[in-house]
Design a protein around this ligand. Structure first.
Ligand code: CNA
Length: 257
């Protein structure tokens, strides 16, 4: 549980910081109904580790039908999701002059943008678009196109070249989008506070980002239910649900949601 002392300390660091970057993970969207990967019991990999393979570059290429069958099960949770208090908290920190410059997210759900955050760097792509995997075909698709095709056949195929369509997300084993990665590194170079929210900090290279920020002199605040490898080095660790922490931080900062 987060103590009032940790909240007060985090609020005072936020107030005195001039250039804040937030790094978010799947934990910020669990209260919106989207399961994460590694939470005990509810995490997708904890429930069924065999599904992890489908989200690798090799696994997708070998079994795109299996990927989409599992994707169809997960999709309603993404479609029904609304931004959480914690998403709205970050949008407010950006809008209200608290010095939040950008949100670096590992999430693919688009909830930061829907909460009103303007400067969002998606490290693992997003679900809202897709593309043909054909070598010479570069056709792009909206999520609506893909959903329509998924109803017709699995896996969905490109109408132009009949190759498999894939969502524009980064699968395990693939490189991060270079432009997003460079932008993220730039923002970490200049920040004086990294605020990590809802990430196990085990997926590299994003898991190196606290190291990069601290190496540049930034403070580190972690809000997460489970411990991370950086807890011992963070300035403040708030071990509570993100929505509860956001509610208390908003009060301590003297703002509203
Ligand atoms: P993860 O490894 O599943 O870790 C999530 C962390 O959040 C865990 O340590 C939990 O303890 C913590 N957590 C869960 N719920 C809460 C809560 N309510 N309050 C506070 N802490 C909470 O997820 P990461 O993001 O670290 O791993 C990166 C993966 C997850 C990326 O490749 C993502 O694309 C992928 N992912 C994204 C989504 C999404 O877009 N919403 C969903 C599932 C997985």
């Amino acid at each position: 549980m987060s103590t009032d002392r940790e909240i007060e300390r985090a609020a005072s660091i936020i107030k005195e910081s001039k250039a804040i970057v937030s790094l978010t993970g799947a934990g910020i969207s669990t209260s919106a109904g989207i399961p994460d990967f590694r939470s005990p019991e509810e995490g997708l990999w904890q429930k069924d580790p065999s599904k992890m393979m489908l989200f690798t570059d090799v696994g997708f290429a070998a079994d795109p039908k299996g990927f989409y069958e599992f994707g169809k099960e997960l999709l309603p949770s993404f479609q029904g999701a609304r931004p959480t208090l914690a998403h709205r908290f970050l949008a407010r920190l950006e809008r209200e002059g608290f010095g939040l410059g950008c949100v670096i997210t590992q999430n693919i759900d688009g909830l930061h943008q829907r909460a009103g955050s303007k400067n969002v760097i998606e490290m693992h792509g997003g679900l809202s678009t897709g593309r043909c995997t054909g070598r010479t075909c570069s056709k792009e698709f909206t999520l609506e196109d893909i959903l329509q095709k998924v109803e017709e056949e699995l896996p969905p195929l490109c109408p132009q070249c009949r190759a498999v369509i894939r969502p524009n997300i980064v699968l395990f084993g693939e490189a991060l989008p270079e432009e997003a990665y460079q932008r993220a590194l730039e923002s970490l170079k200049d920040c004086d506070l990294l605020l990590v929210m809802g990430s196990s900090l085990v997926v590299y290279p994003v898991a190196d980002m606290p190291e990069v920020a601290m190496g540049n002199g930034a403070k580190l605040i972690i809000i997460n239910l489970q411990p991370t490898q950086y807890n011992g080095r963070a300035d403040v660790v708030i071990n509570s649900s993100l929505d509860e922490a956001a509610r208390k931080l908003v009060k301590a900062l003297g703002t509203t949601l």
